[in-house]
Ligand binder design. Sequence first.
Ligand code: GLO
Ligand code: MG
Length: 384
Amino acid sequence: MTGKGYSSLIGRSFFPYGGIRLFTRQGPGGFLPSQSIVIAMETTYKFCFGPWNLSEGQDPYGPPTRPAQSFDWKLEQLKQLGFDAMMFHDDDAVPDIDSKSDAQLKAESLELKKKLDDGGIAAEIVAPRLWFDPRTIDGAYTSNDPQCRKYAIERSLRCIDVANHLDCDLIVLWLAREGSYIRESKDARKCVDYLVEAIDRMLAHDDTIRIAIEPKPHEPMDRASIPTIGPAIALASLTADPRRVGALIESAHALLANLDPADEIDFACSFDKLWSIHLNDQNGLKFDQDKPFGSANLRVAFNQVRALERNHYGSRGEFVAFDVHPFRPTKVEHWTAHLDNSRRTFLRLLEKARSYPEAEAQKLIDERNYAALDQLVLEHLMGS
Ligand code: GLO
Ligand code: MG
């Protein structure tokens, strides 16, 4: 955007994410913000994961390969690894939540909150786990059965209550069973209305809560109602308070849609909607693998870090979450390595993003020399 020779520095304004954006003259027509001259303060990232990321190794073809551990053990691992926050499903926070009274829900949530406070750990998100109960077999908010839809909404309102007790204002909706196994089983037009109705009920339940939709194109469904970030943001616009409905991007989910997660990040950030992120990796179009960040494609991971950096992700307190799982053969003594490794890779790639030779790259872009640009990226990633 800074046209060679005729761009001149004429002013500056506060950039909404804590840095300063400089403006340049763009031809005779007026002033445009420069994309290439942004002096932003470097973000210090904060990290989190969920109890489910210390999983026991079961898959559809075989049983656990590691013994079950208590929640307290998992919290202890998180603290020892030096992570800043934990993600929760509503029933990670209050086990067996459907059988608990409101008073029990409050007491157990507050007990958990104390444990978190004692360890200096924040609750990043709470997500209603709407995919286990028999009432969500045919979908939760979009079930064909009105009683089941009612259950899904009521459960979500209780999830918000848990979040309130944990002093957390972000609810994540991974819409696991909203979609279809066969196209003719659901009216996709009605499903949009059902989703809006459910979200509106949540927004009305608490006027401080924010909702982040986590799209995924398939699995467990054949086709998901909200497959990618564009539909998530479009759905937000239909709700009663679009300002409080945003998105969470998971790398593997974007890859399963055959998209580049970095493009999804930039798209969401263009709408100011990226409120959480699940970094991980995925080796091609197969089952959801939740590999360690960067494990399958370091360059795609690098571009995600660059996208987070240029959008100043984290500067308003957002966390970087790793939704990763140990490989099934992992031994007990290596149980947390995938989390530590994901963060190590993130931080190494952050150094790479911050030391990327921007001017040299821009020159190659101006010359349309993409072969050289391609090699520049590879050489930069490989190091000298
Ligand atoms: C599965 C999802 C899942 C969610 C989690 C939070 O594919 O990524 O792990 O992120 O349940 O809602
Ligand atoms: Mg996820």
